[in-house]
Design a binder for this molecule. Structure first.
Ligand code: S3P
Length: 172
């Protein structure tokens, strides 16, 4: 139905732990397109980690930088772009994404997400009393927005090569 990307960007959206980075890299390899990660680009631009950015400048400043970085990356495309979990929530970013490529939601259930994020303690939004509950709250708040992505692929708890193939099928 989508007949490929036709020179446009592919933008992966979804919650922390959905596999945007891992799957994005595999898809980029397969399609021989550059892979770009908005969080990495933000860290390079700011010369500090996301955690430090949140701590020293606060989330609003992070979000402003995120939008600037997304705008630049999407203009430089075509690329496979994985976004931070909050990026698609901002309507300004959604418009930039819709205008420059195809949005794809990597959708996962709570147990899958939790299993993947609990191992890495790098996410400032999950530094709470009950990070699993926080993740659940983010699911409830954001899933209706992620559902606006043009394509949805289930990020199942299987080998990432399998999910990568599901993504390619969804693009075919
Ligand atoms: C965030 C997700 C993170 C990062 C930041 C905020 C969010 O990216 O952008 O910590 O709002 O969900 P990942 O989804 O790559 O973990």
């Amino acid at each position: 139905a989508l007949s490929g990307l036709a020179g446009r960007n592919l933008i992966l959206v979804g919650l922390m732990g959905a596999g945007k980075t891992a799957i994005g890299k595999l898809v980029a390899d397969k399609l021989k397109l550059p892979y770009v990660d908005t969080d990495q680009e933000i860290e390079a631009a700011a010369q500090m980690t996301i955690a430090d950015l949140f701590e020293q400048y606060g989330e609003p400043e992070f979000r402003a930088l995120e939008t600037r970085v997304i705008e630049r990356i999407l203009t430089e495309g075509p690329a496979i772009v994985s976004t931070g979990g909050g990026a698609f929530v901002n309507p300004v970013n959604r418009k930039l994404i819709a205008d420059s490529g195809l949005s794809l939601w990597l959708k996962a259930d709570l147990e899958t997400l939790w299993d993947r994020v609990r191992r890495r303690q790098t996410r400032p939004l999950l530094k709470t009393e009950n990070p699993k509950q926080t993740l659940k709250n983010l699911m409830d708040a954001r899933y209706p927005v992620y559902a606006e992505a043009e394509v949805t692929v289930l990020s199942r708890n299987v080998r990432k090569e399998t999910v990568m193939r599901d993504v390619l099928k969804a693009l075919a």
